[in-house]
Design a protein around this ligand. Sequence first.
Ligand code: 13P
Length: 338
Amino acid sequence: MDQLNNQPLHQVAQALVSGGKGLLAMDESIPTCNARLRENGIPETALYRQKYRELIVTTSGLEEFISGAILSDETLTSSAAGSKPFAEMLTSRGIMAGIKVDQGTVPMAGVPGEKVTEGLDGLAVRLQNYRRYGVRFAKWRSVTHISTGSPSSAALHFNAQLLARYAAICQEASLVPIVEPEVLMTGAHSLELCHQVTRQFLFELFNALYEHRVDLRAILLKPNMVLPGTDSPDQSSDDEIALATLACLLDRVPAAVPGIVFLSGGQAAKAATKRLNALNQEGQLKGPWKLSFSFSRAILQPVLAYWKGQDQYLPGAQQILLHRSGCNSAACLGNYHP
Ligand code: 13P
């Protein structure tokens, strides 16, 4: 950890996406984590949130596939029963700890239906405190959705500015910012429309990152894959999705960015892995960046569904966690065979 603390930020960013490894987003806020526990019949209590995080952190072999874990504030400051803090347990096994630093979304005043992400106030001070736990990177999510009249250019522009300002503050605090502009997959829109909106969001984002003088070599981009809306009558093949996603990224993401770590956005676990694999297959289009994952639901949903909060299912749930992580790691190298 000491060695990493002295590492230049661009090397930390590269390390997070090297060797076919990816990130595990175990950074659900308390309300989101409670909702996921509830959906799986697990009590929504601090004890079960802690047991859930403990299940993940104590899964042996995870470091083979996972380079970094994004934690929530609650997880960063808590410990496994009778043991070291979660962040320390991870870093001692070679998994870098990261922290979600945005404070969620609120409706955007003046632009009905749009949201902005909060959390810039006092961020520099919070980051200094997080660094004391050995955290090496951070995450901020901005979100937009596609519907009639949305997203507005105002929402894309302002959310991009917030992401860029967050990224600049992170780099000043010696943390690698993961920059997450998410276009939600809910809706009846086409693949083409998702392509257009994602492209526009990335255009605003990189303009803002230049404007705020963010070092692009020391960030990771965490976008959505380009997908047709979940209610669209025209569902696309994995290859079509990979092609549309690569075309969009090649158009908008500078080569200086070392890695792109996709969010899963509610895709089924195997679908997300197959699409990541298709993105990494040798094809007509090839980008200069590493293409990896920073999944939450596409790794953890099957784990929760099996575990159900019951001790007798813990070993099996940990096997599922390891298996899904391994599948996504294989997909980073284009070697996933379902
Ligand atoms: P999903 O993979 O479930 O989309 O979560 C990723 C994430 O970190 C959302 O901010």
